[in-house]
Design a protein around this ligand. Sequence first.
Ligand code: G
Ligand code: G
Ligand code: MN
Ligand code: NA
Length: 253
Amino acid sequence: LRAVLAGGEAERVGGLHVLYQPLVDLGSSRVLACEALVRWRHPARGLVMPDDMLGAAEEHGLGRELDRLVLRAALAQLVRWDGAGLPPLSVSVNLGRSSTCHPGLALDVLDALAKVGLPASRLRLEITEHEHLPDDPAIAEEFQALVAAGVGLSLDDFGAGYASLDYLLRYPVSTLKLDRCLTASLIDQSASPLLEGVVGLAARLGLTVLAEGVETAEQRERLAGLGIDHGQGWYFARPLGGDDFAGHVLGRA
Ligand code: G
Ligand code: G
Ligand code: MN
Ligand code: NA
């Protein structure tokens, strides 16, 4: 992985590539944005999924390099989609622990946007409370600078980690991404009060809610019925390569 990351700029450099999963309006199924999801095509091990490489990447000090490569690939992809006549969607890019805690994060990200000439509003960053982050005001300041510049901030995996409510107070989050375990819990009728509570809280805080892991029409219906704005999941589309994503958005999938 170190060698792959050292390899540089291109989208498919050294077998790392990025897929894009649509983020949709739950009511209309219209594609509003996408999430960039990294994959590693390993010569011997086959397709390596993020969960099987991100831990090791962080341990070996490569987490930030990986996130930077994905960010550059995603922004380059937006420029290509713009050229192909897609509507100006935004892309959501995940940040691992070392990217989130990096004091130069805001400058790095704004520099990457400036290099490709895209407005900051075309980018969202996803932070996760899966890993406990230190309560360091310097981290919050990086995100405040990004949000002031127009970058969106989402809290990922909400409901599956440790400190969600604390993070909502600390960081200028505008979207809550409900972990797919909450969507899956809808099979059990008794879980609805929990989701209703989360939706109510989000409304009070002025947050948009996105449900992850939407796999069935029934889930879509019930989530929309609860007042959840956005969704993501196999019911709408799997993570897609850049060209397939464009075909999906343009209705040629
Ligand atoms: O499809 P999926 O297996 O891609 O993703 C699994 C997890 O890996 C998700 O929690 C997702 O947020 C995370 N992930 C995917 N791509 C990236 C990335 O480029 N950087 C970081 N830090 N996390 C990612
Ligand atoms: O960043 P995050 O953990 O939220 O990344 C989303 C993860 O969920 C990725 O691993 C993606 O491949 C996966 N995923 C996306 N849609 C679905 C779905 O409908 N069901 C399941 N089980 N996983 C999904
Ligand atoms: Mn995510
Ligand atoms: Na998630």
